[in-house]
Ligand binder design. Structure first.
Ligand code: ZN
Length: 100
């Protein structure tokens, strides 16, 4: 099914954003929500899409990441190169590592 191109929407708190799907969720409010809900022991600098990717994959904390290989983690939608660096640093700081 072909989705329509993004249209400008304004959320109840006044954030302007473009959404291509019919999902009405504001990315700014959404990321705030996700950060509060899913921050866990993940790095504070981790971008909201990355945090969302982890939440969607049911990875609740750094320890849960040790069940994944680097390739598996990188393949999650929302995990970019910067998120990978941050996560690996955070794992290392806790003496954890990704699956080999
Ligand atoms: Zn908003």
């Amino acid at each position: 099914m072909q989705k329509p191109k993004g249209t400008l929407k304004i959320c109840s708190r006044g954030h302007r954003f473009y959404k291509s799907s019919d999902c009405p969720v504001c990315p700014q409010c959404w990321s705030g929500y996700y950060r509060t809900k899913n921050q866990s022991d993940f790095p504070p600098k981790l971008a909201a899409p990355a945090l969302r990717a982890l939440a969607n994959a049911k990875l609740a904390n750094l320890r849960a990441l040790t069940k994944l290989t680097e390739a598996e983690l990188a393949a999650l939608h929302g995990i970019g190169p910067r998120a990978m660096v941050l996560l690996k640093q955070a794992l290392k700081a806790k003496k954890l590592q990704l699956k080999k």
